[in-house]
Design a protein around this ligand. Structure first.
Ligand SMILES: C=C(O[C@@H]1C=C(C(=O)O)C=C[C@H]1O)C(=O)O
Length: 267
């Protein structure tokens, strides 16, 4: 027996007109957002802070965390992430031309390209023969970024100083189910900003002592060196890192960067 169906109260055309009105509203709001970004660009140009990079990873992370939290069950976290990353990437490109430098070997990975595309949208990718060449280029162009695979051959180039003042400003993926460690590191000159949920990436020659105050969030080997992501926005000159450096000089600890922790969502 068929279940009786009640005739729809409204026509499909009426419902679709409502979708069209909502889309018009979204479009107007996007245009308004881009106009406000132009004022941010002018402000940064006026204070000289565009000279380094228009990208503010801390602010970007706070926007995403707030909206994903506010969306709750009404809008999937992944949709929020994709929409606002597309908006933020375009907003950044409106402020300055940005390129992402990487080695040919790194860009040959479709998975790496996909992670970069979903985070940086249409930002241009510039291919180099090696990680060292990509890091050297970002050192010379502070508004640009460099991307490397966590398990790629970048650490020696970094230790040899090829990245200049560039630091790790973020890791990808930025959203997802808890994973043991990220896949990509992003280098740049954006000023690190504390967001309340941050990590500090350190490179050491050997394991951190077992009794060290902080439990690493993840660790990875890179060549003979040890990479550890520590919870918090830490400074080399303050506790607990300063004590670690003093009592364990042979670790040759260097801070690679400080950045907002990725967003963990249940799969
Ligand atoms: C608009 C800004 O510039 C960039 C774009 C952002 C955005 O689209 O919201 C946020 C931070 C910056 O990476 C800003 O600094 O506020």
């Amino acid at each position: 027996m068929q279940t009786p169906v009640s005739p729809p109260q409204e026509s499909l055309a009426d419902i679709r007109r409502e979708i069209d009105r909502i889309d018009d509203g979204i479009l107007e709001l996007i245009a308004k957002r881009l106009d406000v970004v132009e004022r941010v660009r002018a402000y940064k140009a006026g204070t000289g802070s565009l000279g380094t990079s228009p990208i503010r990873p801390g602010r970007e992370a706070q926007i995403l965390r707030r909206l994903i939290d506010q969306a709750g069950d009404r809008v999937p976290a992944d949709l929020c992430f994709r929409i606002w990353r597309a908006l933020i990437a375009t907003a950044s490109l409106k402020q300055a031309a940005i390129r992402i430098h990487g080695s040919a070997g790194f860009f040959a990975s479709p998975a790496s390209q996909a992670l970069l595309r979903e985070y940086f949208g249409p930002t241009a990718l510039a291919e180099h023969p090696s990680e060292a060449a990509a890091l050297k280029t970002v050192a010379a162009h502070p508004g640009d970024l460099a991307a490397v695979a966590l398990d790629g051959p970048w650490a020696t180039a970094w230790l040899e100083g090829h990245a200049g003042e560039a630091q790790v400003i973020g890791v990808l993926p930025f959203i997802g189910a808890a994973s043991p460690r990220p896949e990509l590191l992003i280098f740049g000159h954006a000023e690190p900003e504390q967001t309340g949920t941050d990590e500090t990436l350190v490179l050491t020659d050997g394991q951190l002592p077992r009794d060290f105050a902080l439990q690493p969030l993840w660790q990875a080997k890179t060549g003979s060196l040890q990479l550890s992501s520590l919870p918090g926005f830490l400074s080399e000159g303050a506790a607990p890192l300063v004590g670690l450096t003093r009592s364990n000089g042979s670790l040759a600890l260097s801070v690679l960067g400080r950045y907002p922790s990725p967003i963990e969502v249940r799969s």
